[in-house]
Ligand binder design. Structure first.
Ligand code: GUN
Length: 279
């Protein structure tokens, strides 16, 4: 029987732990605020942003909401970030991605002070993570490490295969698994014989962005499977990058979609905000 890794329950527990810590910080006279910037009205982004604001309210973090029309200039956005960087009452700055095409995302991310980079996207944050120095960790990969640890799944010495090499999931995921003493392989769209590579994994992390791409032919008996994808299938039902029903008999543990990795991203964002306030 596969163990279903309950991201909803684990994220709820983390949020409750943070709520307690925030109450203690407030009792000591400390306030915590996160600036949340959204440009345009992409429906998926609006859902994510609202969920982040809801999590802030639950934990006791003030969210400062900045919503702009699609035609805000890059300069205006950079000016706002500079202002927020300088504000002592703002602990974190989150710019929801993607941004409209006329705005250079890299420039915007680089403008956020690394001390307030609660998404962990700034090159200074990524570099610090790479060499094991303190800094904010990218939320989705950090959330996956928490899922594994809190489910008592050992990483040390395990063959960990990450499928996907994006800057916000695949690459930082590989580095964090390495930090936990996993033996790490990064596979991607150009990998030869992906099935054989994936099948060598004790822990298989899938972040390829293709619905139900990974079936039982890619999975070793008894593997742990972490599914980062979120899509709508042909029946408009949420599904991941992994064909859950096809692999479920084979795996020893798996994250469902929804209710697996998704809720952890927000929990880790909240964790980064509290860490920023903790100083
Ligand atoms: N867009 C999709 N995922 C994310 C995320 O984790 N943070 C931000 N800022 N934008 C996103």
């Amino acid at each position: 029987m596969a163990f279903i890794i309950d991201g909803k329950a684990i994220s709820a527990k983390i949020k409750d732990e943070l709520k307690e810590e925030v109450a203690a910080l407030k009792a000591a006279g400390r306030e915590i605020a996160l600036a949340v910037i959204q440009v345009g009205s992409d429906p998926a982004s609006s859902v994510y942003v609202n969920n982040k604001k809801k999590a802030c309210a639950y934990i006791g973090i003030e969210s400062l909401s900045y919503e702009f029309a699609e035609d805000i200039t890059q300069e205006e956005l950079l000016e706002l970030i500079a202002e927020l960087n300088g504000r002592e009452d703002v602990n974190g700055i989150l710019v929801q991605l993607p941004l409209p095409k006329h705005i250079n995302e890299e420039l915007v991310i680089n403008a956020i002070s690394p001390e307030k980079d609660v998404d962990g996207f700034h090159p200074a944050s990524v570099g610090a993570m790479c060499i094991g120095q303190p800094g904010f960790l990218s939320c989705t990969p950090a959330g996956i490490i928490q899922l594994l640890k809190r489910s008592n799944i050992e990483i040390e010495g395990k063959n960990c295969v990450v499928i996907g090499r994006s800057n916000i999931v695949g690459k930082p995921m590989a580095l964090l698994l390495l930090r936990e003493n996993g033996t790490v392989t990064i596979a991607h769209s150009r990998t030869k014989d992906l099935k054989a590579v994936a099948k060598a994994a004790d822990i298989l992390i899938v972040a390829i962005g293709k619905p139900k791409f990974i079936n039982s032919e890619y999975v070793k008996d008894g593997a742990v499977v972490i599914d980062v994808g979120i899509h709508r299938d042909e029946n408009n039902k949420l599904c991941g990058d992994v064909d859950y029903d096809d692999v479920i008999e084979k795996v020893s543990a798996i994250t469902p979609v929804p209710g697996g990795v998704g809720p952890m991203t927000i929990a880790m964002l909240m964790n980064n905000c509290v860490e920023s306030a903790r100083g």
